[in-house]
Write a protein of this length. Structure first.
Length: 113
């Protein structure tokens, strides 16, 4: 994915569930120190899920849907990963936690991206 490009899709699943995936990439380069700060804050009030995603710093996870107005149906998840000066933001909304995790595990960032 090229910096500044955003993509979103919604899929209907065979079991009548659904999943929405959105990918955004800032249009300019992100300094490594700033990327680490952003990644550390991704799952704001949850225990951090800091990891390495295909060799780059990342934060990922899935949690029950919740908004400032209160709980909502389904699960929210995703990850942020930093590679070659580019910060990738992926968000996932799903009817099930298992589906959200499956989507997270299936996404690949090209080695040159």
């Amino acid at each position: 994915m090229l910096p500044g490009v955003n993509y979103a899709t919604k899929l209907a699943l065979p079991d009548n569930g659904g999943v929405e995936v959105a990918v955004s990439v800032p249009s300019g380069p992100v300094a490594p120190a700033h990327a680490r700060w952003i990644i550390n804050d991704y799952f704001n009030n949850d225990p951090e899920r800091l990891t390495v995603w295909h060799g780059t710093p990342a934060d990922l996870g899935v949690r029950p849907c919740n908004t400032p107005a209160g709980p909502c149906p389904g699960y929210l998840g995703g990850f942020q990963a930093f590679r070659n000066g580019v910060l990738y933001n992926v968000t996932i909304a799903s009817d099930s936690s298992d589906t959200a995790w499956a989507v997270i595990r299936s996404i690949r960032i090209p080695a040159d991206g």
